[in-house]
Write a protein that binds this ligand. Sequence first.
Ligand SMILES: [Zn+2]
Length: 264
Amino acid sequence: MKTYKAALRKYYKQGIAKHVEHAKLCFYCGCEATDMDFCPPLEHAELILEFDEQADFITVPSCYECFALLHNERVLNLDARVKKLKAKLADKYAKALKVYYMWHESELDEMSPEFAHSISAGMALGQEAATRLAFVPFALESDEAEFNKPSAKQRFVVAGHEFSSFDQAMAHCFENFGVNKSKFYDLLVKECDGDFDKALSQYNHRFSKPQTLDIAKTKIQNFAKQHKQNSDFVARATEQLMKKDAKLDIDAALAKLYQDYIAR
Ligand SMILES: [Zn+2]
C-alpha cells in the first residue's frame, strides 16, 4: 500500500541557514530562494525507507530554477545533490559560459551593433551562471525531524527466494542473474517500484540483446586473430553477409567469410 506523499514530510529535518546573511538564499546557487528542495525527493522517500538506503532526509531552501533542475532526481545525499545541480547548471548554460570566458568587453566596440548586443547578453548570462556555479553552499542548522523513521522492510522476494534485507536481495541478483549493478538498481527503484521480479523481467527484456552482441563481437575478434585479419574488416564483412542472407547467424557468416575470402 502506498503512503500518501505528504505523510512522508515528517521524516525530513528542516535545513535553515545558520547565518542571517544567508537567509532566503538558494542553498545550491545563492539566488533568491522561493522553494524547498527535498533531499531525497519525496517521490522516492517511501522506497528509500523500505530499502534502508543511506539518505540525508533534509530540506533546503532553493531557487525556482535549482528546484526545477533537481526535480525528482534520485540523489540521496546533500553533497551529491550539490554536485548534480552544478553539473546540470553547467550543462544548461554551456553556451553562455563559453561566450563569457571567450570574449572581453573591449572587443564589443569592433563588432556590428546586433552582434555586440547578442554577445553582451550572452556574456551577462554566462557571468551569472559562473557566479552560481562557484557559489559554495552555506552552513545549515536543522531542527531534528519530529518522528523516528519507520523501520525497513524485512522481507524481499526474488524469484521465489526470500531475503531479510535489501542488500541481500540485491546481492542475490548480481550473483545469480549477472545483472549490471547500476542499470538494474535504476530499473528497480525508478520504474518497477521496488518489485524485484518485475525489474528482472524488464532487465532481461531490455538488456539481453547487447549480451548477444558482445558474444558476436568476441567471436569476430577471435576469428580475426586466428586468421590474421583486421577485426574491423571481419565485422563489416560478416555484417554484409548477414544482411544479404537473413538465415546466417554469426557462426555461419564467419564460416562463409572464411570459405569465400580467406581460404582461397
Ligand atoms: Zn538555485
